[in-house]
Unconditional design. Structure first.
Length: 155
């Protein structure tokens, strides 16, 4: 495989040829807009997530905090729920933004999903999923190497 070909799981560590704006401008706008609907009375840190499915659907989610911190829902959880409720499928592109509730929409920066959410994304990732990270576009293998998945449950 040449360094310009993506690996089966997305972009190889050697390949960074995907432009930063590939399909991400619209997703960033959606993630920033949905972040404004986040329920964050405790941390005041609003997060919005947006994804594009293989069949072209847009899915999104925002974080929903709870006084019992362990039951707080990350934005990615809401997005995956919307993905499943809308008929399922796999994600081709994903972005997550976050920041203090006082920030304007355009001030919300790209943030990395937590480990739990990376696992959720991995379960619903198309082979060519590209995640926009603070360091640029990356494949799933780069953001969750050696991921645990359905194949690990086989006897």
């Amino acid at each position: 495989m040449s360094t310009s070909e993506p690996a089966a799981g997305g972009i190889s560590d050697q390949d960074r040829t995907i432009p930063d704006d590939v399909e991400f401008d619209d997703l960033l706008a959606v993630a920033r807009a949905i972040a404004e609907r986040a329920y964050t009375p405790y941390s005041h840190f609003r997060v919005g997530a947006a994804g594009l499915t293989e069949d072209g659907r847009l899915v999104r989610g925002c974080n929903v905090e709870n006084a019992g911190y362990g039951v707080t829902l990350c934005a990615e959880c809401g997005m995956i729920s919307e993905l499943i409720a809308g008929g399922g499928g796999k994600l081709r592109r994903f972005v997550c933004v976050g920041g203090d509730e006082q920030l304007t929409r355009e001030e919300r920066v790209v943030v990395m999903p937590c480990g739990r959410c990376r696992q959720l994304l991995s379960e619903h990732a198309a082979p060519d999923l590209v995640i926009l990270t603070p360091e640029g576009p990356r494949g799933m293998d780069a953001v969750l190497p050696q991921a645990f998945g359905p194949a690990d449950l086989l006897p």
